[in-house]
Design a protein around this ligand. Structure first.
Ligand code: SAM
Length: 322
């Protein structure tokens, strides 16, 4: 049923976002996450502005029209550092959408980054149950502050993405029901639902991964409940499940977010390092063709008319160059 809903709302086009994981420094200590501050063995990096611009230019040349700038919660990235970067991207690529995923910041900061040209923000709620939130995060991270941030982002005018991991340690059926009730109330424009995958250097290293089947089931419920939501087949799902892309699409997903090559953004064990983006896109095209779907070159804003002529297939852009 979710597949039918996806098809009725979006046709056979799958939006493709360029994920630029530009810093793995993080001031937080989320118990599940491999880039947590407490992981002292991880080699840390920050891309330079030029490297970020180059990554976006590469993605743009291949037909991608959304740049997702994601990183740990890295206080080095003050507004003063981010605003010129976002403004330059906005000016250089006026047809592309800029999505941020930088964690919790002040309402004023969210406004400043919006004014610079960012229009979408991904901030997973992680769990809609305050007690479960406390199990997953140290005391200084508060469920209520996260909620406050999500509503501040909405009030600023962003298209907002939230989401949760499936099978995170301590998660019960009631917690998942709380998540679905929260999604129904918040009605996010974007939604990230992926399985929890353990990372060896975290307190949850010995916990089992979340279930791929349950993740697919929840994705399909989300598609039926929120027909227009932008729903990625997440990297975590594709890491756990070899057919994660096609199965995700069959469960209602209509977005993929390939990472632009960077090493060291290790949220969980087994995350594949991306070397050759054109090849990754070609592989995705081949897999999607099996489901009768294709990557399309469009910004893919929430509520955009998918039948519009702007949604050209990306296939040509993905052919080998030279
Ligand atoms: N710092 C930003 C934030 O907190 O929103 C963005 C980066 S954060 C690493 C992105 C997402 O990765 C988190 O919201 C979390 O759901 C997911 N994640 C982290 N560790 C994970 C794990 N071990 N398994 C699956 N997903 C994980």
């Amino acid at each position: 049923m979710a597949d039918e809903v996806r098809c009725a709302v979006f046709g056979q086009g799958i939006y493709c976002r360029a994920l630029v994981e530009f810093t793995n420094h993080c001031d937080n200590n989320c118990r599940y996450c491999g880039i947590r501050k407490g992981n002292v063995d991880l080699a840390r990096y920050r891309l330079s502005d030029q490297e970020i611009l180059d990554a976006c230019a590469t993605a743009y040349a291949l037909g991608l029209r959304t740049f997702v700038l994601q990183g740990g919660e890295d206080a080095w990235y003050t507004d003063a550092r981010l605003i010129p970067l976002i403004a330059t991207l906005h000016e250089r690529f006026p047809q592309a959408a800029i999505t941020l995923s930088l964690g919790e910041r002040s309402p004023q900061s969210y406004e400043n980054l919006y004014a610079a040209g960012a229009r979408r923000y991904l901030l997973r709620h992680e769990t809609a149950n305050p007690e479960h939130y406390r199990m997953l995060h140290p005391e200084r991270q508060s469920f209520w502050h996260r909620m406050h941030c999500l509503y501040a982002l909405r009030a600023t005018g962003y298209q907002v993405g939230c989401g949760m991991m499936v099978g995170s340690p301590g998660q019960s059926w009631e917690h998942l029901a709380d998540d679905m009730a929260f999604l129904q109330e918040f009605r996010p424009e974007m939604l990230g639902i992926g399985p929890f995958l353990p990372h060896h250097a975290t307190p949850f290293s010995a916990c089992p991964p979340g279930s791929a089947q349950l993740t697919l089931f929840l994705l399909s419920l989300a598609r039926i409940m929120l027909p227009k939501v932008l729903l990625p087949a997440t990297t975590a799902l594709r890491t756990l499940l070899p057919q994660g892309l096609t199965q995700g699409v069959a469960a209602g997903c209509n977005v993929v977010m390939p990472s632009i090559p960077t090493a060291g953004y290790e949220l969980y064990d087994g995350k594949a390092a991306v070397r050759d983006l054109p090849q990754v896109l070609r592989r995705m095209e081949e897999e999607l063709a099996l489901s009768g779907c294709a990557l399309i070159s469009a910004r893919g804003d929430y509520g955009a008319d998918n039948a519009a002529g702007e949604n050209q297939r990306m296939q040509n852009a993905c052919k080998p160059r030279g």
